[in-house]
Design a protein around this ligand. Structure first.
Ligand code: VG1
Ligand code: CO
Length: 542
């Protein structure tokens, strides 16, 4: 075996400000591409020399091949140890947990999350730091800078390693340990939740369906829900991870997980249903006849987390991303705890969690999590819901009704316009930005703008600033509209419009969401002159 230094790069890599690189799989498969990106990562963290890193992915096409390259390059760069999920599988929260449990220096997550997988779909690679969370902006900017100047990478000439057998082996001077992807994660869940109570719930005939969407949570959900908690066999649907996620789009929302939503709306509905995404960090929560928006789920979890043993002492505070509805803020205010508003993306929660300022975090995009790891965690959210339902014995529908009656209901929806020509999307945002001082006082669809800004975040822990994180409009009466361009799309630009309206009138708590939001939708359309995109309607409504 020899170490080779190969001349390659620079290349077009990760955009500054995004936490990982997502591209078409074929781009990642180009000779030297993943190699240059990985070398850029190693260079930006002061080299891999002597480091211990965790590696795993969601099983999508090119997952195993990329792991082989990573192992050979880590060995050539002098890493001490690589901890790898068996068969190359690890969910994103499981990587975060392993980094923390094993006190590793960091980890590499191979996933494009909820984006489809396959040779003609998407692949991704992300570096996480020693607290288990996504690399902060300082490091991602350094990675980006490295991709612009890199000229060579180091790789070991060696045969592929066997990723199927548990245990330790060597590659050059480096140890490779293959671990059970589920075991450590399941042990952590068992510490946080009352598995006995949840087992009793299932034993009493409570029914559930969990859609793993042919992605990484299948083995986790099988082992925990059916194995440890006694849910009936068949509770977990689409439980075997496949390289193209069964040809589907592993995004747990009412559009891409429609069969599950149809099931809970039918007379075959189980008591509870949930789904997760490609890499297992997102969740969708459903009950008999009801879809719970992620923003509402965060609020309900915040209000009831103390019912689970891991949170019995109460919460330090709650954080949500800026476009997420303000439902959780209302709970935090009632509990008398702090609440924080951060830019989109989990990396912004890391400092708040590390500093002990918050215990729960959430995003409108189906991400919820806590200080148990430094990533959002799909199955964790499902288990917290189960623990709460086991304690209260309420149906999901009654739980939501009680919540809205107490706190009011934040009607909420996100409208996405995908594959918009990048120039058009930027123009729309620039036009809104140019008029920020003119908007206050103007009325659209009967709603008067009371304030607007381009969201800027000052991290209360390290003082770092993040600018231009989305344009937000507050209307008199408490409605909100937010405009943002996606940072994770791989084709053109994706315009996201986030719409929210608070309702406290007890007679109006059970209306159709899109109907309740109609004036806000219309106002957002008028103020942005949305017609210019030539789209009759959004591509995705969640
Ligand atoms: C989207 C979501 C955001 C989430 C990010 C990563 O980003 O809106 O809330 O943090 O995906 O999620 P964007 O920039 O496309 O809006 V996933 O499950 O990658 O890890
Ligand atoms: Co994800």
């Amino acid at each position: 075996m020899t170490v080779r230094t190969i001349q390659a790069g620079p290349f077009e890599g990760q955009k500054p400000g995004t936490s990982g690189l997502r591209k078409k799989t074929r781009v990642f498969m180009e000779p030297g591409y993943v190699e240059c990106f990985l070398q850029a990562i190693f260079n930006s963290i002061g080299g891999a020399e002597g480091k211990t890193l965790v590696v795993g992915g969601d099983g999508r096409y090119f997952n195993r091949e990329a792991i082989q390259i990573i192992l050979k390059m880590a060995a050539a760069n002098g890493a001490a140890k690589m901890i790898v999920g068996q068969d190359g599988l690890l969910s994103t929260p499981a990587v975060s947990n392993l980094i923390r449990q094993r006190k590793a220096d960091g980890g590499l997550v191979l996933s494009a999350s909820h984006n489809p997988g396959g040779i003609d779909e998407d692949f991704g690679l992300k570096y996480n730091v020693s607290n288990g969370g996504p690399a902060p902006e300082g490091i991602t900017e350094e990675i980006f800078a490295q991709t612009q100047t890199i000229s060579s990478y180091r790789i070991f000439d060696a045969p592929d390693l066997d990723l199927t057998a548990l245990g330790a082996s060597g590659l050059g001077g480096m140890t490779v340990e293959i671990v059970d992807p589920v075991a450590d994660y399941a042990a952590l869940m068992e510490q946080l939740f009352d598995f006995g109570k949840i087992r009793d719930l299932f034993a009493g005939g409570f029914t559930m369906r969990f859609d793993a969407m042919h992605a990484v949570t299948g083995p986790y959900a099988k082992a925990i829900l059916e194995g440890k908690l006694g849910a009936e066999p068949g509770t977990v649907l689409n439980a075997v991870p496949s390289v193209d996620f069964g040809g589907g789009h592993p995004d747990p929302n009412p559009v891409w997980a429609k069969p599950l939503v149809d099931l809970v709306m039918s007379d075959q509905a189980p008591d509870f249903a949930a789904a997760s995404d490609g890499d297992g960090d997102r969740n969708m929560i459903l009950g008999k006849g009801i879809y719970v928006t992620p923003s509402d789920s965060l609020a309900v979890l915040a209000a009831n987390a103390h019912l689970a043993p891991g949170y019995a002492k109460g919460l330090a505070g709650v954080a949500r991303s800026m476009p997420t509805s303000t439902a959780a803020d209302r709970v935090a205010e009632a509990l008398g705890i702090g609440h924080y508003e951060t830019p989109t993306g989990w990396k912004f929660f890391g400092n708040l969690l590390d500093a002990g300022k918050v215990t729960l975090c959430g995003e409108e995009s189906a991400g919820t999590g806590s200080d148990h790891v430094r990533e959002k965690d799909g199955l964790w959210a499902v288990l917290l819901w189960l623990n709460i339902l086991a304690e209260t014995r309420l149906s999901v529908k009654d739980m939501m009704a009680a919540h809205w009656q107490r706190y009011g209901r934040n009607y909420y929806s996100r409208h996405d316009y995908e594959a918009v020509p990048t120039d058009d999307a930027n123009q729309l945002m620039d036009d809104l930005r140019a008029k920020l001082t003119e908007f206050p006082g103007m009325t659209f669809a009967g709603l008067t703008v009371s304030a607007c800004d381009d969201f800027a975040y000052l991290d209360p822990v390290d003082g770092s600033k993040s600018l231009k994180q989305g344009i937000r409009f507050l209307f008199e009466g408490g409605a909100r509209a937010v405009f943002r361009l996606s940072g994770t799309g791989t084709v053109g630009a994706t315009l996201r419009i986030y719409l929210e309206k608070l309702e406290t009138d007890a007679a109006k708590l059970f209306e159709n969401t899109q109907a309740a939001l109609a004036p806000v939708i219309q106002a957002a359309g008028e103020m942005s002159e949305l017609d210019r995109l030539g789209r009759a309607e959004p591509d995705v409504i969640t």
